[in-house]
Write a new protein. Structure first.
Length: 252
């Protein structure tokens, strides 16, 4: 079982995760029917990746995370109130109920009973829950196998989380919600080797964190040696940026 400390360890690197596209927020805001009066809860907000993207489409956002170090790295913007709470170990009562809850790359960290308690206390009756994720797909790139092998030598185990787990349908169903809408945006992206190195640091968990953080320069050099031959004439590698979201509404 991973603790919040594991998130704190990568807080300084988290800004290098693939960003949500600006068009993602515009589309999601439309699907949620956001107005200047709307208030959101960004649950397990990290640095406020969702809170900051949605802030211009609504009146205010409560952004809750259990890691002080994540919040130390948070994106300060008008209208966002950052709050330190462990969703699984505290009864969270916001100053007022919110219109909608948004959860980015984090529904799998929220225990089903915690989600139910939080929703009951803090979400308006017509409120929706948006579960979303952003990722750079690189598995079909010719250099991917080399990168995966390198990461394995540094203790990375297991595959990425499944879309089912990240989508949270089971957890939402247990609270009486079902899928009512969705969105998927993205497209081809290019980046340099340094970006690839930094983005790998933003996914360091467990033994992978221990081994890479003890040899940052060695890891950086080996990664460059592994992928550089695949860069195009501009020194870039390719991937596909994908932002997806599932909108859940209360079952009537
Ligand atoms: C993968 S990050 C997602 C950050 C951001 N929402 C995003 O879309 O990129 C997961 C976040 O969940 C937070 N988290 C994990 N367990 C938590 C808990 N029990 N209570 C509050 N936050 C938690 C971590 O501290 C971390 O910031």
């Amino acid at each position: 079982m991973m603790t919040i400390e594991a998130h704190s360890q990568i807080a300084d690197f988290y800004k290098w995760r693939p960003a949500y596209a600006p068009s993602f927020f515009a589309t999601a805001a439309q699907k949620l029917g956001l107005t200047a009066d709307s208030c959101l809860l960004d649950l397990c907000c990290g640095r406020g990746e969702l809170a900051s993207g949605f802030s211009r489409f609504c009146g205010g956002v409560y952004a809750v995370d259990g890691s002080q170090r994540m919040l130390d790295n948070s994106i300060a913007m008008p209208g966002i109130t950052y709050l330190l709470h462990d969703v699984n170990n505290e009864d969270i009562s916001l100053a007022k109920p919110v219109d909608h809850i948004v959860i980015g790359s984090a529904i799998h960290w929220v225990e089903p009973q915690s989600l139910e308690r939080l929703v009951k206390r803090n979400l308006k009756p017509q409120g929706k829950v948006l579960v979303t994720h952003t990722l750079m797909t690189i598995q079909n790139q010719p250099w991917y196998r080399g990168l995966a092998n390198l990461n394995a030598t540094y203790g990375k185990v297991g595959a990425s989380r499944s879309v089912k787990e990240l989508g949270g349908a089971d957890r939402l169903a247990a609270c009486g919600f079902s899928n009512v809408d969705g969105l998927r945006l993205g497209g081809p992206a290019t980046f340099d080797v340094e970006y690839l190195y930094r983005s790998q640091l933003s996914y360091l968990y467990g033994g992978f964190y221990d081994r890479v953080s003890a040899d940052l320069e060695g890891y950086r050099k080996r990664l460059a040696d592994t992928v550089s031959a695949h860069c195009n004439a501009d020194g870039k590698l390719s991937g596909t940026l994908v932002n997806w979201g599932i909108v859940y509404g209360r079952v009537a």
